[in-house]
Design a protein around this ligand. Structure first.
Ligand SMILES: CC(=O)N[C@@H](CCC[C@H](N)C(=O)O)C(=O)O
Length: 379
C-alpha cells in the first residue's frame, strides 16, 4: 500500500519543522534518507553527494530515464504562522514550499518503489535553490553524469492557485534572475563639513534613483523586466557623513537576452555614479544558475495534454512569473517541464505567514504518477 494521507501529512509537518539554509541541509537529508530507506529497495539505488540525494528507480524495460527534481533548502525567515508544527530552527523557515515539494517527491518515489516503472526514474533532492545555484553546482560537478535523465520535470507551489490545481504553459514559466551587490566607497566625515568628505548616502541614493529608469527607459514596453533593490545600508548616525554604502537587489527578466541587457545598464549606471561622485564602486552581478525556466515544447505539450485529459486534474494555463528558479539551468541542459501546484493561500511565496494547503500534496503525486505512467506507455 502506498503512503496514506496521514503519513504524507506527517512527513510534510516533520520537514516543515527542520528548515535549513542552502548547502547546510544536513538534518533534512538525514530525514529524507530515513524515509527513503524504509521504502521497498528492490529497484532503488541511492547516492549522496554533499547534502544532495539522488535515487535511481531502475525500470523494468527502460528506453530512457525520466528525471524528477525537488529542492530541499529553506529561507532565512522567522516563521509567524502560529502552526503547531512551526519551524524549530530560529530564523529559518520553509517559506517557499520546499517542504511540500519534498513530500510530493517522496510520495512519488514511494509509488514507483512499489510499482516498478518501465523506464528509469531519477529523483534528485537538490540543495540550495534559493541562494547558491544548487542545480548548477551539481550539474557542473558531474553529479548527473551516471544517471543523466533524458527529460527533467519539477514543480513549484503557487499560493494563488486553488489547492491541487496544476498550472503550466509553453515557453517561459519563470524569469531569469541576477543578484546585484553594489558597494560604494567615498570618504566619511563630520556632518558639518560636507566639502571635506565624499558622501556615499548621496551617491547611493542617486544609484537607486537612476536604476529606476532602466525598466521605464531601456526595456522594450512589449517585453518586461524588474529591478528591485531590497537593501540599502549606509551610515551609523545622523551627524556623521557615511563613506560607504552597500546596496543589494535582484534583476528579473523573461529572456536571457533581456536579463543581460539589464545587467549591462546596471553596470553602466554604477560606473557613471562612481565617476560623477568621485568615488569607487565594487559591483557584483551574480546570475549563477538562475536562467529563465524555458519549458520544452515537446515535453510540455505531452504534460499539458495529460493534465487536460484527466477529469480528476484541475489544469490552469498560467502567465509567466517573475519568480526565479535554478531549475532554469537544469532544463537549459536537459529538456523538460516545470509547473505550478496550487496551495490556495492569501500570502505570497517567502511570506513568514505562508501555510500551504496540504491537500495539494496528494494531488501533485497523482498528477505526476499519471504523467509518468502515460510517458511509460509511449515507446
Ligand atoms: C521561487 C523563488 O522564489 N525563487 C527565488 C530564487 C532566488 C534567486 C536569487 N537568489 C536572486 O535573487 O536572484 C526568487 O527570489 O525568485
Amino acid at each position: 500500500m502506498t503512503m496514506t494521507t496521514d503519513e504524507l501529512t506527517k512527513i510534510y509537518q516533520d520537514l516543515h519543522q527542520i528548515p535549513e539554509i542552502g548547502l547546510q541541509e544536513f538534518e533534512t537529508q538525514a530525514y529524507l534518507l530515513s524515509v527513503i530507506t524504509k521504502l521497498p529497495q528492490t529497484w532503488l539505488t541511492v547516492k549522496k553527494i554533499a547534502t544532495a540525494t539522488l535515487v535511481l528507480v531502475s525500470g523494468r524495460a527502460p528506453h530512457k530515464t525520466l528525471g524528477w527534481r525537488t529542492d530541499i533548502d529553506a529561507l532565512p525567515v522567522q516563521e509567524q504562522t502560529g502552526l503547531p508544527f512551526a519551524s524549530k530552527h530560529p530564523g529559518m523557515m520553509h517559506a517557499c514550499g520546499h517542504d511540500i515539494h519534498m513530500t510530493v517527491a517522496l510520495g512519488l518515489l514511494d509509488y514507483f518503489a512499489q510499482q516498478q516503472p518501465k523506464n528509469n526514474l531519477l529523483f534528485l533532492f537538490q540543495p540550495a535553490e534559493e541562494n547558491a545555484s544548487g542545480g548548477k553546482r551539481l550539474y557542473e560537478m558531474g553529479a548527473l553524469d551516471e544517471w543523466r535523465p533524458d527529460e527533467f520535470y519539477g514543480l513549484h507551489i503557487n499560493p494563488q492557485l486553488p489547492t491541487g490545481a496544476i498550472g503550466c504553459r509553453q515557453g517561459t514559466l519563470f524569469a531569469g534572475t541576477c543578484e546585484i551587490h553594489a558597494h560604494f566607497s567615498g570618504k566619511s566625515g563630520h556632518a558639518a563639513y560636507p566639502h571635506l568628505a565624499n558622501d556615499m548616502v548621496v551617491a547611493g541614493a542617486q544609484f537607486v534613483n537612476q536604476i529606476q529608469t532602466i525598466v521605464s527607459r531601456n526595456v522594450d514596453p512589449i517585453e518586461s523586466g524588474v529591478v528591485t533593490l531590497g537593501q540599502f545600508h549606509a551610515g551609523t548616525i545622523g551627524n556623521v557623513i557615511s563613506g560607504s554604502a552597500q546596496i543589494d537587489g535582484t534583476i528579473r527578466a523573461l529572456t536571457q537576452v533581456m536579463n543581460q541587457h539589464i545587467q549591462q545598464r546596471v553596470r553602466t549606471i554604477a560606473e557613471g555614479i562612481a565617476l560623477s561622485y568621485d568615488c569607487q564602486v565594487a559591483l557584483d552581478l551574480h546570475q549563477g544558475g538562475y536562467y529563465p525556466v524555458e519549458n520544452d515544447p515537446k515535453t510540455t505539450a505531452a504534460f499539458i495534454q495529460t493534465m487536460q485529459a484527466d477529469p480528476a486534474i484541475e489544469y490552469v494555463e498560467t502567465e509567466p512569473a517573475m519568480t526565479g528558479e535554478d531549475f532554469g539551468f537544469l532544463i537549459s541542459k536537459i529538456h523538460g517541464t516545470m509547473f505550478w501546484l496550487g496551495v490556495d493561500q492569501p500570502y505570497q511565496l517567502h511570506s513568514e505567514h505562508l501555510a500551504p494547503h496540504v491537500g495539494a500534496i496528494e494531488k501533485g503525486i497523482y498528477a505526476m504518477t499519471t504523467y509518468f505512467k502515460k510517458r511509460d506507455a509511449e515507446v
